[in-house]
Ligand binder design. Structure first.
Ligand code: SF4
Length: 345
């Protein structure tokens, strides 16, 4: 039985479409303990959102389908739990902050009523109790004049205020696990910093674990205890935040870090971008999915999918460069030499 709060093992999720099977998630494994923040990083279409929506059972089936693997929550196998049984978990045990608050909130209902719905349903509260709790929550997430905010419609609020309402809805039932899918993407940097501080504060206060999906490494640096870097439906590098930021072992992670703007960069120099585009997941390549874009690709990369290599304790990379038979390469500036000859995990 799993000891972790959430334990995902070798999860594979596909979509059956008229054009064929899209292998969106191809063997993802990670775990999370109480009070921790795991950040899942990667480009659009790498399977980050599909992974968390599969855990929450938010994807319609068909077309989505869990092909194999397991999801354990507090030791219980919830991989194939029916939708009705999942209602016991969604909202109460885990909840989600979606990316776009404008489309996630119902534009025809006042925000207070939308907040009360979940409280009445999951906490069996009366309408008056739910209203009281909702106003307290709106105050807790930093909305000025919460009584007035309770009566407002979503379109009368700014993006930052709506995102705070989304956070209030997500924490309404004190969930143990919070999924945040790009919660700050639509916000300006000032509002982004405030929302991240708010989430960090709530994590400390309520002891909530967070799974944060983002493509912004600045957000990751501020929030994450551990990081899973995803590419083409797989976790290609996994480790604690310090390991992944200071000793990254996968060329894709090097590319992501290299694409971050920094203060010492010459303002006239072009920002680095990883060349090419991710592979088509209708027909994923036989070898390493990153090979077509990787400046270090070798013959072996085209033939076989790289296994997991252990870079250091708890730090894993799926790259043939870690194999002792691979030629030594020079990582980009500022990145330490690879610990080659790592054991396979
Ligand atoms: Fe590049 Fe090969 Fe490593 Fe893939 S396995 S990231 S192609 S070096």
């Amino acid at each position: 039985m799993s000891e972790h709060l959430l334990d995902v093992r070798d999860l594979r999720v596909s979509f059956d479409t008229y054009a064929g099977e899209v292998q969106a998630v191809r063997g993802v494994s990670f775990w999370l303990d109480p009070g921790e923040t795991l950040s899942i990083v990667g480009e659009s279409g790498c399977g980050k959102s599909v992974t968390v929506q599969t855990i929450m059972k938010l994807l319609p089936s068909p077309p989505s389908r869990i092909k194999s693997g397991s999801i354990h929550y507090q030791g219980r196998d919830i991989t194939h739990l029916p939708d009705k049984a999942m209602d016991e978990y969604r909202g109460k045990e885990f909840s989600m902050i979606f990316q776009d608050s404008m489309t996630s909130l119902n534009p025809t209902m006042r925000v207070g009523r939308q907040l009360c719905e979940g409280i009445i349903r999951h906490q069996k509260a009366t309408r008056a109790q739910a209203k009281q709790t909702a106003i307290e929550l709106l105050g807790q997430v930093g909305l000025p004049n919460p009584e007035q905010a309770f009566r407002r419609y979503p379109h009368t609020m700014s993006g930052g205020q709506r995102q705070r309402v989304m956070i209030a809805m997500a924490i309404a039932c004190n969930p143990k696990l919070l999924f945040a899918d790009e919660p700050t993407t639509a916000l300006d940097v000032t509002m982004q910093a405030q929302i991240l501080d708010l989430m960090n504060g709530l994590k400390k206060k309520l002891g909530t674990s967070i799974i944060l999906i983002t493509h912004d490494l600045g957000v990751v640096a501020k929030m994450a205890d551990r990081i899973a870097v995803m590419y083409a439906g797989k976790v290609v590098e996994y480790g604690d935040a310090r390991q992944v930021f200071y000793n990254p072992c996968h060329p894709y992670t090097w590319g992501l870090l290299g694409a971050m703007p920094n203060l010492i960069q010459d303002v006239k120099s072009e920002l680095y971008a990883i060349p090419g585009t991710p592979p088509d997941l209708y027909a994923p390549p036989q070898g390493c999915a990153f090979a077509a874009r990787c400046p270090y690709a070798m013959g072996a990369c085209l033939k076989g999918d790289p296994p997991k290599f252990v870079c250091s304790d708890g730090h894993i990379s799926r790259c043939w460069l870690m194999d002792e038979r691979a030629e030594e390469v020079m990582p980009p500036d500022g990145i330490p030499t690879l610990p080659r000859g790592g054991k396979q995990a």
